[in-house]
Ligand binder design. Structure first.
Ligand SMILES: [Zn+2]
Length: 432
């Protein structure tokens, strides 16, 4: 089986990933990232020179102009702004309140100052990766948060100039210390603008590198936020919906789908590293061995074992990401019942439909994610206890990343729902 690259960050390095086209056409196939190295091979990589140096300098100037457009848009917003300024800001950062505008503005000013240093590189260490650099299987460029070194892959230089500029903004945001790396083609990104700040932390969108890259893209007219309509209302166009008209329930299902997708993405990210030779941790071994029904000291390479698991997760990702139809039901006691479609008339086995009853609203937010994935796994013919093993693996993967999102009143907050929609609500949050 050909292994297309997985397009997610490793815990050690943050990287721009390839444009989202590579995601669309690999939804059903394993998308493996490179295994992060324990050494520091990049210190020997060459600095840009000749053509790559000129291309980077040019990309820097384009990025500066894109940042200028963002700064001008933010300046207008302090005076109210145009409707497009407001829409772009709402899509990425939330309500355009003075303190929030100011914080975004300050970050863009830092980015601008840093971009001006591309030529002299006094505060930067730019490198060009060799052709066989493993990280470059899934990245355009990569860096570690707060590190001044950015490594550029061949694929970066193949981008069109505007995208190179945006990719620079993304990497430079990491250099400025922004750690979060939720990408704009995962649906959780669309929700970031409404994720509240938690425990004195800055709001999630303000810590996410891609948020700045995207705002600059919108402000400079390179792209438009598709999840916000002209009245700046949130519009999720993924999945086809039918049945009861219940905006409250629909919103809960959409949020659960978004987080479910993210759990799957993070699970696949872990599998990707293992597929590329990284040894699984003891926890991962146990979890994967249970899923694959083998003993943890099996002689088969883990890189082989994870391929089938990743293939199933690819189907889950595809389903939650849009192919699954969702039907809202009016009566209680129907719960979740996805249909698994494996007929000859569809090219690939898919989870084709999810039916959701009002008791979905009775569950704690994190429980909704859990039960959604559980129902989908069950529809693959994976039964009760086995489903739990898969969920534990996904939860384990998500735990590495999700702390920030869980620690506040977000969808992953284990606070029980307060409004039972059905007479006999299920138990409160359990020990997930
Ligand atoms: Zn990144």
């Amino acid at each position: 089986m050909a292994l297309a690259p997985l397009i997610h960050e490793s815990p050690k390095t943050k990287k721009s990933r390839r444009p989202s086209a590579s995601r669309a056409d690999t939804d059903q196939t394993p998308r493996y990232s490179a295994a992060p190295s324990d050494e520091d091979p990049e210190s020997s990589y060459p600095h840009p020179s000749g053509k790559t140096e000129r291309q980077l300098a040019r990309a820097g100037r384009i990025a500066e102009r894109q940042v200028d457009r963002a700064i001008r848009s933010l300046g207008r917003l302090t005076q109210g702004g145009r409707s497009s300024d407001q829409r772009n800001f709402r899509a990425v950062f939330g309500e355009p309140e003075p303190a929030r505008i100011d914080e975004v503005l300050q970050t863009f000013h830092k980015l601008k100052a840093r971009l001006a240093d591309i030529d002299s590189q006094e505060s930067l260490d730019l490198r060009v990766a060799p052709e066989d650099e493993a990280e470059c299987q899934s990245s355009l460029a990569y860096t570690s948060p707060g590190d001044k070194r950015i490594v550029f892959c061949d694929s970066f230089f193949e981008l069109d100039p505007k995208q190179r500029g945006l990719s620079l903004i993304h990497e430079f945001a990491h250099v400025e210390g922004l750690r979060s790396d939720l990408y704009s083609d995962s649906r959780v990104f669309d929700l970031l603008a409404t994720e509240p700040a938690v425990d004195g932390e800055r709001e999630y969108a303000l810590r996410n590198a891609e948020s700045f890259d995207r705002f600059a893209a919108f402000a400079s007219g390179v792209a438009r936020p598709t999840w916000i309509d002209d009245d700046a209302q949130f519009v999720d166009r993924r999945n086809a919906w039918s049945g009861e008209r219940d905006p409250g329930l629909e919103s809960l299902v959409r949020r659960a789908l978004a987080y479910a997708e993210q759990w799957v993405l993070w699970g696949r990210e872990d599998l990707g590293r293992i597929a590329h030779g990284k040894a699984p941790t003891a926890d991962q071994k146990l979890l994967l061995a249970t899923i694959a029904r083998i003993t943890p000291d099996v002689s088969t390479p883990w890189s082989t074992i994870v391929v089938d698991i990743d293939s199933k997760l690819g189907q889950l990702e595809s389903a939650v990401g849009g192919t699954m139809k969702v039907e809202l039901l009016p009566s209680c006691k129907l719960g979740l019942s996805p249909r698994y479609h494996d007929a000859a008339d569809v090219p690939q086995a898919t989870i084709s439909r999810l039916r959701v009853g009002p008791e979905f609203a009775d569950q704690a937010p994190v429980r909704r994610v859990w039960s959604l994935l559980s129902a989908m796994l069950t529809s693959f013919g994976i039964d009760g206890l086995d489903t739990l093993d898969w969920l534990k693996f996904l939860r384990h993967a998500a735990d590495q990343h999700v702390g920030e999102l869980r620690s506040g009143p977000s969808d992953l907050d284990p606070t029980p729902a307060t409004r039972p929609a059905c007479p006999t609500a299920p138990d409160d949050f359990e020990d997930l």
